[in-house]
Ligand binder design. Structure first.
Ligand SMILES: Cc1ncc(C[n+]2csc(CCOP(=O)(O)OP(=O)(O)O)c2C)c(N)n1
Ligand SMILES: [Mg+2]
Length: 233
């Protein structure tokens, strides 16, 4: 159900790309991860996403109409059309995304720390791509999470690409085995990882291999826009 909702939403965006004036990364091919998040996330939990976030937002129970309007740059959008696709925030459902690669890893770790101090039953879920594991803050956050036994689940959607750069040309060893020595539970599925974190109030990591079934972003539209005048609102 949620998978279908995500795929339909993304395909509708694909059909309307010429009307989109913000950088937009579709999640086609990543919806299986969102499905597992949807099955295991609770309202009280926090979900932190990245530039490719529509599937995560809908999995957290986000408002499809407000997301659509936001991407279209409308005042009725989730963030009044100012955030665009990449930087959406919905405080009402504990959801944040950011265009800065790895930008919310530290924030999701800090949130997990706050949850621990508050003795909350909620968990923090941090969704990243394979390229975000190349940011220092990822490894620093693993150290801090393990040291303080934080209720955080790191989900890495590995589509083997950072824009057009292939993973095997960027990293010499697989990601998961490098995470384990940080005293982090490395799970095989999103469900296992989220359940581990919830039950043990401790950090977990899961790497899911996915195939992105669309372009990295709406590059053609972005390039077209460079030759045009700014849209008048
Ligand atoms: C700090 C920073 N550096 C570079 C970029 C440009 N950038 C946007 S997406 C991206 C690749 C992201 O790859 P990955 O994390 O694997 O996610 P994917 O797009 O493959 O889902 C890059 C380098 C950025 N947004 N922020
Ligand atoms: Mg990637």
């Amino acid at each position: 159900m949620i998978k279908e909702k995500i795929v339909n939403f993304e395909k509708k965006l694909q059909d309307n790309m010429k009307d989109i004036y913000c950088p937009t990364h579709l999640s086609l091919g990543h919806e299986g991860v969102a499905d597992e998040i949807y099955q295991n996330i609770k309202d009280i939990d926090w979900l932190f996403s990245n530039h490719r976030n529509h599937h995560h937002y809908l999995a957290k129970g986000g408002d499809e109409k407000k997301l659509w309007d936001e991407i279209m740059g409308l005042e009725t959008g989730l963030n009044m059309g100012f955030a665009g696709s990449q930087g959406i925030t919905d405080k009402s459902i504990n959801f944040h995304a950011s265009a800065i690669l790895g930008g919310l890893i530290g924030v999701s770790t800090g949130t997990a720390y706050a949850l621990k101090l508050d003795k909350s039953d909620a968990i923090s879920v941090c969704c990243i791509g394979d390229a975000a594991t190349e940011q220092g803050v990822f490894w620093e956050s693993l150290i801090f999470s393990a040291l303080n036994s934080l209720p955080i689940c790191f989900i890495c959607e590995n589509n083997g690409k950072s824009v057009d750069a292939l993973l095997e040309e960027r990293q010499s060893t697989p990601i998961g085995p490098r995470v384990k020595p940080f005293d982090i539970e490395v799970s095989n599925t999103v469900e296992e990882a989220m359940k581990y974190t919830r039950t043990n109030k401790a950090p977990s990591f899961v790497e899911v291999k996915v195939k992105l079934e669309c372009a990295h972003l709406n590059m053609a539209t972005m390039l077209d826009l460079c030759d045009q005048e700014e849209p008048k609102n």
